[in-house]
Design a protein around this ligand. Structure first.
Ligand code: SF4
Ligand code: MSK
Length: 630
């Protein structure tokens, strides 16, 4: 089985018939994959290598420079964390530049949209929230950009948005970053040949880099909310059935809303042009986290996610796929050529050979958005008369669960103390705990299978489920973001809690089984929620019955997210084995040693049923620690 998604399976069949190569085909041609790489014991950090260690003691136990398996595994791991942190914080920096230029009158598409969010954030980072909006936003932006530079004290965005206990732990262990960029750069320095060869020292530096990643991710969420609005509940659809044969079908893929949000706005103005070309309208759809951003803020339907990103082209009905950056497969160019889709790259730092590049800059965002839509309209004209094969598979979706939206919904139960109903339910045991399901799909796991199994298993045990990234996308495509899924899969306690909140909000039924909190950077929203609960209870995050799970993760960004989730004190389940098993030391530090230092730790379990059991056991352990009924 390649995927649990019926639409994806239909398109895999179509790809086979048309001899279009897919991610699953390429995975087969890679077999057998390198065992040294899988264990993390291959080093290419200098030209004396590549060196590899035989982990079974039957061959070299040191690289040419003398690095052993522990050093090599740790170095490889922390380099991945640095790359992930660079990606998330690069995304934040891009938003910051856009807003800065917008405020200076140089980028008319961008400005302050959500003043209430700005004022709330300002109060958290120590600015006077009562300042006039223009003065406040400029001060806030200066402070935001300072996060990238090396400061003298703790990184403001890490310190201000975590519990005091986390801050103390990070200071004590020397893992509190002082700036985002210098922390990432230092990681490249210390993993260069002949610098840090102490695996534990390297891992602690990796934690510091992951905390910088958390700060960058939080900043990305904050800036996007300020510029484009904080999400609230939206109703939409997901999966390839959202394509419309007679409309101009445009997929927006990647991560950063800096262009996609403008395309959403401009598309509304260009409906007439589309009708002039014989279309019924413009049909925007999202892929991966760009899709999550525009679903959360505008209700734009989700088309597909992660490993199935090539599939919508195979319908023959996708006129354009517009990509920004991160998680965009270069293979899209080849598939687009076979299927008549225009693949449009938009970021000068992320071009793909074979794609059309329409470079977007903050100053010309609206103009470029219109140009991109016009190209798609022309492509629609060109595809007329060609057959299409759109799977009639789609699911209803309720999304948009920012922390603000959740608190707003809870306030209907208790206006004076919105978190109280959740805390009371946790204390009574009608809610056993909270699990954040995050991360990607991975070609090594049948697509969505682990996400779905774990959600069903935990929901039946009264665990509240949050989701982000392509995990949230999986739940969207399988109908788990609906009240109906709550009625079908939730245990009695969870069902009662979600129903009480839903009915208090006039939904006439429960909230969805899984609450979609946004994109990968929006894992910061889930942390915000956990921090609010911890602060209210007066305990630290490493005491809460809250677990993170990445059942099908693949990217370096996911490695970094998992590491910061561990560092703030959460048990973190990984459903794909990370490349660390070549070092017994690194493996034991990550699964056991870190628990004494941070309270969080990693649980590696590839079987989703066993994983659900291990996650639930971690919740129970935390409940016992708090003296709550199990
Ligand atoms: Fe080999 Fe050391 Fe160079 Fe890595 S840094 S490739 S282990 S010599
Ligand atoms: S897009 S990082 S495949 S979640 Fe955020 Fe999906 Fe993973 Fe990319």
């Amino acid at each position: 089985m390649k995927s649990r998604d019926k639409a994806v399976n239909q398109m895999i069949k179509a790809a086979g018939e048309r001899e279009v190569e897919t991610v699953w085909d390429r995975y087969q041609t890679q077999q057998p994959q390198c065992g040294f790489g899988e264990l993390g014991v291959c080093c290419r950090n200098c030209t004396q290598g590549p060196c590899r260690i035989n982990p079974y003691g039957d061959g070299p136990d040191h690289g040419v420079c003398g690095a052993n398996a522990d050093t090599i595994v740790a170095r490889n791991l922390v380099r991945a964390i640095a790359a992930g942190a660079a990606a998330h914080s690069g995304h934040a920096r891009h938003l910051a530049h856009a807003l800065k230029k917008g405020l200076a009158g140089k980028a008319p598409a961008y400005g302050l949209k959500d003043e209430a969010k700005l004022r709330a954030l300002a109060a958290r980072v120590g600015l006077d929230p009562e300042l006039p909006a223009e003065e406040l936003v400029n001060k806030f932006m200066d402070m935001a950009l300072e996060q990238f530079a090396e400061g003298e004290g703790p990184l403001k965005w890490a310190q201000s948005f975590l519990t005091g206990g986390c801050g103390e732990t990070f200071e004590r262990l020397g893992t509190m970053p002082t700036g985002i960029d210098n922390t990432i750069v230092e990681m490249l320095h210390r993993t260069h040949l002949g610098v840090d060869a102490d695996p534990v020292n390297l891992l602690l530096a990796g934690v510091s880099c992951a905390i910088a990643d958390y700060a960058g991710s939080h900043l990305a969420t904050d800036l996007a909310d300020i510029m484009f609005g904080t999400p609230g509940p939206v109703f939409s659809q997901a999966n390839m059935g959202v394509m419309k044969e007679k409309s101009v079908n445009i997929a927006l893929h990647g991560h950063n809303p800096v262009l996609s949000d403008i395309i959403v706005q401009e598309a509304r103005e260009m409906e007439e042009e589309a009708r002039g070309a014989g279309a019924e309208g413009i049909n925007l759809m999202g892929v991966c986290c760009t899709g999550n951003e525009i679903l959360m803020r505008h209700g734009v339907p989700a088309l597909t996610h992660s490993i199935s990103q090539e599939m919508p082209m195979l319908t023959g009905a996708l006129d354009a796929m517009v990509v920004d950056y991160q998680c965009v497969y270069p293979s899209l160019a080849g598939v687009a050529e076979c299927t008549g889709t225009k693949l449009i790259t938009t970021m000068d730092m992320a071009k793909i050979s074979g794609a059309v590049h329409l470079g977007m800059h903050e100053e010309n965002a609206a103009e470029k958005a219109r140009e991109i839509i016009s190209v798609a309209i022309e492509q629609f004209r060109a595809r007329q008369g060609r057959p299409v094969n759109i799977p009639s598979v789609s699911s209803k979706v309720v999304a948009g669960f920012s922390v603000e939206a959740i608190v707003q919904a809870l306030s209907k139960l208790d206006a004076a103390d919105p978190l109280k109903p959740v805390i009371d339910s946790l204390a009574a045991g009608s809610l056993q705990g909270v699990v954040l399901l995050a991360g990607c799909n991975n070609v090594k796991v049948p697509q969505d299978d682990s996400f779905l199994v774990i959600a069903r298993e935990l929901a039946a045990r009264d665990v509240l489920l949050l989701a982000t990234g392509c995990g949230a996308g999986a739940y969207a495509r399988h109908g788990y973001l609906t009240p109906e899924a709550t009625l079908e899969y939730a245990g009695p306690g969870l069902k009662a809690v979600l129903t009480a909140i839903g009915e208090a909000n006039g939904l006439g039924g429960p909230l969805p089984l899984v609450l979609h909190m946004g994109s990968c950077v929006d894992n910061s929203r889930a942390v915000d929620l956990a921090v609010a609960v911890a602060d209210k209870l007066g305990v630290d995050l490493n005491k809460l019955p809250v677990v993170a799970s990445a059942p099908e993760f693949k990217t370096e960004k996911a490695v970094s997210i998992g590491t910061y989730a561990m560092a703030i004190g959460l048990p973190v389940h990984l459903g794909v084995v990370p490349p660390v098993l070549g070092s017994r030391l690194v493996t034991s530090v990550l699964t056991e040693g870190v628990k004494d230092l941070f309270g969080g730790y990693f649980i590696v379990e590839t079987d989703p049923y066993k994983a659900a059991g291990a996650i639930f056991a971690a919740i129970q352990e935390r409940r016992s620690g708090l003296g709550l009924p199990t």
